[in-house]
Design a protein around this ligand. Sequence first.
Ligand code: FAD
Ligand code: NAD
Length: 465
Amino acid sequence: MKRLKYQVVVIGGGSGGYAAAAKLGEYGIKTAIVEKAEKLGGLCILRGCMPSKAIIESANRMREIRSAAEFGIHVSGPTISMNEVQDRKERLIGNFQEYREDQLRNGKFDLIRGQATYRTGTVLHVKGDEELELECDYSIVATGSVPSVPEIDGLEKIDYWLSKDALDTRELPEHLIVIGGGAIGCEMAHCFEGLGSKVTIVQRSGCLLTDFDEDIGDTITEISKKRGIEVCCNSKAKSVREENGDVLLEIEQNGVTKEIRGSHLLIAAGRKPATDGLCLANANVETEKSRVKTNFHMQTSNNRIFAIGDSSSELPVVHEAVIQGEAVAKQIAIETGVIDEEISRSGISDFELFGIFTHPECARAGMRKKEIEDKSLDTQTAMYCFSDHGKSEILNETDGFVKLIVEKNSGRILSASAVGPHVIELIHEIQVAIHGGICIKDFAAIPHYHPTLAEIWTYPAEELS
Ligand SMILES: Cc1cc2nc3c(=O)[nH]c(=O)nc-3n(C[C@H](O)[C@H](O)[C@H](O)COP(=O)(O)OP(=O)(O)OC[C@H]3O[C@@H](n4cnc5c(N)ncnc54)[C@H](O)[C@@H]3O)c2cc1C
Ligand SMILES: NC(=O)c1ccc[n+]([C@@H]2O[C@H](COP(=O)([O-])OP(=O)(O)OC[C@H]3O[C@@H](n4cnc5c(N)ncnc54)[C@H](O)[C@@H]3O)[C@@H](O)[C@H]2O)c1
């Protein structure tokens, strides 16, 4: 069997793996990426962020056309062609994928196609067109995640969708039942509601989007209901069966059993790190519920092996995977003496950024509520509703609010969260302020143009300064 030697082997050529290998290549460190998928590009481009946002954009346009009468424009019967929605999505994804494929094939690193498995901490076996053994000083696990499918009686006997199927459909479901009210569940529910489907969300918790503060979760739950989405919280899916082409889902809601009939079922009950089959134990790498355990420097229990992105991250989103990939590359460059710097890494968790592309959107930046509580910080909070905001009224987008939390004496901005129009764009203003260490008084003094959505931040900021 051919044996090749590298300084670093990166397992997985998605957003995180590519970012790490590209940086390692720039540093002149001999690196290989091993990628097992037939199609190059990773989750974000092929089955995640980009296809979902392309289709969500069609849903948003449909929603705008439906509400055109509010603006004095009368449109009769807009119709939707799912074939054309999909053709547009595939055109876009094709371009992104081609670009990434070129970056992977022509980067300053080797691309090896095949499935990697650890033999030891420094030897990997690759099963592809040819079998290889790779010897390496360091390796990076960047293998991403896979859907987690809950145990529901009868599920294995019916055709159900995972997010990739929902993103590829050329048929508009008449009634889509979504199990899970997290990131994927909410985005897909709002997307299909916008496109014209009836939608029901079955969510285990008391509100949707539990990764946000409760006030955001409660508000998006209310808005979803107002939009006509049926939301069943505190609900456990018990069994499912097919009848005359319909899906019949039995749920238990607050101790009461009820049945929901729909045309399609989407499982969006979370994702789990893709670490099965890597044989991490052979490399003395510890995992917890398939997540690779890492320290603050993304180092695993074997200090020559790192893990980044969805395989290890608490916040499985793209920018985290990229930041982590680049940070690990830099750390290896320092450890191998390629660059002469102290190893340091600012607390990425202090600057968390998360956005959900529902309609309206949800976003947060800065510390989570739990982190603020754990640090026993003395805080002050102020919020402002879009219903009292001129530009929102002009846009006819008055649902939701923005909220700022600051430290009492210093005025340090700790966190911002929002649900409302274009808040994923708007949250970046606070992200910049947090990163730049701008205190609330200085932030409130920054002129904002009128009338804009962005000026909504000035109201809670003034109250807190
Ligand atoms: C529907 C959906 C929508 C999303 N929307 C957003 C969004 O709007 N914004 C956002 O920030 N995030 C979003 N995400 C999350 C985002 O896509 C992921 O966090 C990100 O793509 C993870 O990147 P990664 O590099 O960790 O993993 P991936 O991109 O999954 O890459 C892992 C790669 O490793 C390869 N691999 C796995 N095992 C092996 C092995 N043993 N040998 C060789 N290769 C292997 C896989 O084939 C894969 O190509 C979304 C996710 C989904 C599912
Ligand atoms: N805009 C974005 O950044 C974006 C968009 C989509 C996905 N993602 C990423 O993808 C990951 C996976 O998304 P997801 O929505 O699958 O997971 P999630 O963890 O965000 O949400 C899953 C939800 O399903 C619920 N659930 C689990 N089992 C259930 C059951 N049996 N019955 C009813 N409800 C159940 C959970 O309570 C949870 O609220 C997210 O962590 C996120 O980081 C990000």
